[in-house]
Design a protein around this ligand. Structure first.
Ligand code: OAA
Ligand code: MG
Length: 589
């Protein structure tokens, strides 16, 4: 197939095919935010090329190429005669997907689609979000990471290993897209509640970024998934001949810190100050340090600490409509004092402090955490890791969760330990005996690590519990009544949060922005949702929800003087909506 050059460019645009294989129909995104309409004409040029156009997922439309496009782009004979519109393609693919009974097969079919026809992939994901979220994201993505070595086909992100030390800037330049707005990076040490999956953690940044696009409307071309490979301590992977990562124990200490430092520096040098770096699924011992170290010099966000905190706070604020009172009337008990547990605890304390004007040192006293050694109390202070110290309140030692529930008498019980089946029948029954409407959140992912199932929460509490979980559960019928569990997953927050940072050109993340995001999400829960006992709105409305979250986050960035995109748009919700990527096909004629 010959490749004839047929450029129609205005404004002296440049060829973004960047020497990594060319051809196809290319478009230029010059602006940080441009609507789809703006993107169609003056910025489009084409390099007619049949086969390479069909093989370029960003521009391929498969059977949806029109007669005219087939003529203009040398596609004649490369496709069967039928022409399908995108709706028919969507219908066909959804039909095919539903034939697979094994969730991992659905995941693989979706990944194939993403690599074949990106717009169709996003069309499916956006229009069938409730059905497909569990496929491309939690829980199936967890299994995909566990088996990533054997299902690996094409690299979907950048791999930066110890071998690239000293060359990270060059590695970043190998990525074909130049205008990056969001990076999700993991070092694979704590993938969901599944532990150290090393280099195979790549499924997580890929999955999170596909939600940035589908749920938050961030353009796919400006998203970059990265896995940092410093080895793994997972013996099974080290002994697996199909393992795709470095076969060595994890580098730690200075060696680790130096690689991360080089990475952070290279990212800023290559993409500037406004690129958002989302840390994902790092182990506790690195997550807190990295966030603290880089939050004053980079635009960084830790999804497991801050995103989870924001989504849980939103659920708590919304739940007050069902249980009454204000936040300060509640007592909180956590099982798990890692990133999620302490992150959520701190954000609750900040919100109570904001509402009551009491200092945060005081408001923390309503919040108790249990870790693997029992209740965190002041007599343990010396031996506690730094991030647990603020939660060491005066109390006698308590060993088990059940005893802690009995001693503290919480109104809200939150599981964030990554360990499944830890909310036992006795724990749930005790919560129900102490409270008219106990709030029980089983946040650990994927489903196998959930502290209890939705069915257990409802039956053991005799229908009294208000329940939400990190991984999705189906509705449960108990004594003739249907209970619909909520999904307290950070996927509600990070896409809209990131969009808010992008549209305002924010240069730093602040806690006030997280509080704003929580309040925005809570405000999206409708009376109809409350009537069903829900404390989160359905994911089917997520794009609208994300626009509202983005608007509140952007507003905060402007208020705090951290926004670099001036002037401030008048209607931030409308502006956020206008910036969102939409996956409809564009005409190449
Ligand atoms: O990925 C998810 O479903 C939520 C999350 O960040 C985690 O569990 O680490
Ligand atoms: Mg995570």
């Amino acid at each position: 197939m010959s490749s004839a050059s047929l450029k129609e460019m205005r404004n002296g645009g440049e060829d973004y095919s960047n020497g990594h294989g060319g051809g196809g129909v290319r478009d230029l995104y010059g602006e940080d935010c441009a609507t789809e309409d703006q993107l169609i004409t003056p910025w489009t040029f084409s390099v007619a090329s049949g086969c390479s156009l069909l093989r370029d997922p960003r521009y391929n439309k498969g059977l949806a190429f029109t007669e005219g496009e087939r003529d203009a782009h040398y596609l004649r004979g490369l496709l069967p005669p039928a022409i399908f519109n995108q709706e028919l393609q969507e219908k066909r693919l959804m039909h095919n997907l539903r034939q697979y009974e094994v969730p991992l097969h659905r995941y693989m079919a979706m990944m194939d689609l993403q690599e074949r026809n990106e717009r169709l992939f996003y069309k499916l994901l956006i229009n069938n979000v409730e059905e497909l979220l569990p496929v491309v994201y939690t829980p199936t993505v967890g299994e995909a990471c566990q088996k990533y070595g054997s299902i690996f086909r094409r690299p979907q992100g950048l791999y930066i290993s110890l071998k690239e030390k000293g060359k990270i800037l060059e590695v970043l330049k190998n990525w074909p897209e130049k205008s990056i707005q969001v990076i999700v990076v993991t070092d694979g040490e704590r993938i969901l509640g599944l532990g150290d999956l090393g280099c195979q953690g790549m499924g997580i940044p890929v999955g999170k970024l596909s939600l940035y696009t589908a749920l938050g409307g961030v353009r796919p071309s400006s998203c970059l998934p990265i896995t940092i490979d410093v080895g793994t301590n997972n013996e099974k992977l080290l002994n697996d001949e199909f393992y795709i990562g470095l076969k060595q124990k994890r580098a730690t200490g200075q060696e680790y810190a130096e690689l991360l430092e080089e990475f952070m520096h290279a990212v800023k040098q290559n993409y500037g100050e406004k690129v958002l770096i989302q840390f994902e699924d790092f182990a506790n011992h690195n997550a807190f340090d990295l966030l603290e170290k880089y939050s004053s010099s980079h635009l960084v966000f830790n999804d497991d600490i801050q995103g989870t905190a924001s989504v849980v706070l939103a659920g708590l604020l919304a739940s007050l409509k069902l249980v009454g009172g204000t936040l300060v009337d509640h007592t909180f008990l956590f099982l798990g004092a890692g990133e999620a547990g302490t992150g959520i605890a701190e954000l609750i304390a900040l919100e109570i402090s904001k509402q009551t004007k009491a200092p945060v040192e005081e408001t923390r006293k309503k919040i108790w955490l249990v870790d693997s050694k029992g209740l965190i109390v002041s007599s343990r202070l010396e031996s506690l890791q730094q991030f647990k110290k603020p939660w060491a309140h005066e109390h006698e030692p308590v060993k088990s969760l059940l005893d802690a529930v009995k001693a503290i008498k919480p109104t809200v019980l939150i599981g964030s330990s990554g360990a499944g089946k830890t909310f036992t029948k006795e724990v749930v029954e005790t919560m129900a005996s102490l409270n008219e409407k106990p709030l029980i959140l089983a946040l650990s992912n994927p489903t196998s690590q959930s502290e209890c199932t939705a069915e257990e929460a409802y039956t053991w509490s005799k229908g009294k519990a208000i329940f939400a979980s990190g991984s999705p559960f189906d509705p449960v019928e108990y004594e003739g009544k249907l209970f619909v569990p909520g999904q307290a997953n950070n996927a509600y927050i990070f896409p809209g949060f990131g969009l808010g940072l992008i549209i305002s050109g924010a240069i730093r993340v602040r806690d006030e922005m997280l509080l704003a995001a929580s309040e925005a999400l809570a405000a999206q829960v409708s009376q109809e949702n409350y009537d069903k006992g829900l404390i989160y709105p359905p994911f089917s409305n997520i794009r609208k929800i994300s626009a509202h979250i983005a608007a509140k986050v952007a507003a905060k960035a402007y208020d705090l003087g951290l926004a670099s995109h001036l002037p401030r748009p008048k209607d931030l919700v409308k502006y956020a909506e206008s910036c969102m990527y939409s996956p409809g096909y564009r005409s190449y004629r």
